[in-house]
Design a protein around this ligand. Sequence first.
Ligand SMILES: C[S@@+](CC[C@H](N)C(=O)[O-])C[C@H]1O[C@@H](n2cnc3c(N)ncnc32)[C@H](O)[C@@H]1O
Length: 456
Amino acid sequence: MKFKAPVTKNETYDVTVMDLTYQGMGVAKIENFPIFIANSLPGEEIVMKVTKVAKTYAFGRVESWKSKSPDRVELKNKQYTQTGIAPLQHLAYPAQLEFKQHQIQELFYKAHLDQIEVSPTIGMEKPYGYRNKAQIPVREVNGQLTTGFYRRNSHDLVPIEDFYIQDPEIDKAIVVIRDILRQFHVEPYNETNHTGVVRTIMVRRGHYSHEMMVVLITRAKKIPMAFEVVEAIRKQLPEVKSIIQNVNAAQTNVLLGKEEKILWGSNVIHDQLLGLTFAISADSFYQVNPEQTNKLYDLAIKKAVLTGKETVIDAYCGIGTISLAMAKHAKKVYGVEIVDKAIQDAKINAQLNKIKNVKFVTGKAEDQMAKWQADGLKPDVIVVDPPRKGLAPEFIAAATEMQPKRVVYVSCNPATLVRDVQTFMAKGYHVSQPIIPLDQFPQTPHVESVTVLEQD
Ligand SMILES: C[S@@+](CC[C@H](N)C(=O)[O-])C[C@H]1O[C@@H](n2cnc3c(N)ncnc32)[C@H](O)[C@@H]1O
């Protein structure tokens, strides 16, 4: 380290990058004043320009390299570093997997839970082209309707056709739809004036079924030349089984509005996981990495140790994927999920797969757990797969009151996992085996893992 705080904006410094932050940036620790540097790796020596100084940290930009990390790999596309689509793509894949394992381990160390071990991350053979869903903003760039991705920390659109981590068939479809919208002079959304028609193109593709769903998210209720647009999409994209318009007239970053119209075809597409078929609606959660999801669910089933006699609760069940995969190995599975459409899909999915020993309920998991507890339900195993914010304390209170033998916690955020594990520990549960990270999101810093908690 060649300098001391205070760090000043617009100055340049020689820096050795020590660590990686959650954002996948390099961080140079300078006398308790961390500097975050986008796209640098530990061990690299660089000349850095400070661009922004906040109260307790600063942001920098690499001016020149002195020595590169052995884990640095060539960027597939330099635009990605502007947008943050694949913020870890400059890190070799084995190092990404190690980074994710250490991310979890470090958080447990910080919580003084050194006894909890974390296994190596289960990765992919080909860690790109995996995403089965794209949500691509539509804006005007150089006078024409354009698709791409937002520049980091902004809503400026960078035109992009190859998204690297998405199913290449989805990338191709986005370009076809963009060209059709151009052909019929459909206006792109203008965020500043809140005018225009199409805000976002969402495409989902069944990895195994190859069924495609196109959702045009619009500000306006009416799409001019809608019939012609739909016909052209159908003709040019034969995999499309569902074309939906979702109206979102609000000035918001929330993607989907409440109003949905089926422009053509079905309201769902289908896909297969672990030999089961699933119907998926536009607004239902469905894991984005099919190859890794098969491994994730397999792992969750193994860790639940089912013999066919157990009662299982699958909380945060989405369209019932884990519930139905477990139902084959359990006596009865109860699923709860907040999105009613997802529960409707889950019920259809039970019928599609002729599975009868499941019960799905719409509601907040924390409320439903308290109801089931009051009703005297005694699960042997509880599986949880919550969103990033993790579990509500009321949820854990009700879950532990029911005294399941085992809790299988599928987490997409290690910070909330550590917090929730501590709450479980205070209620008589412990982590009974090493936590297993599984890479659902290669080239990004997101960390998924499976933890098993058992009664003391
Ligand atoms: C990470 S997803 C997991 C879904 C499912 N297990 C799967 O693998 O497809 C989390 C799910 O929790 C749902 N959710 C969010 N908050 C909830 C709450 N308070 N109660 C119940 N479900 C909730 C979301 O709608 C989403 O479907």
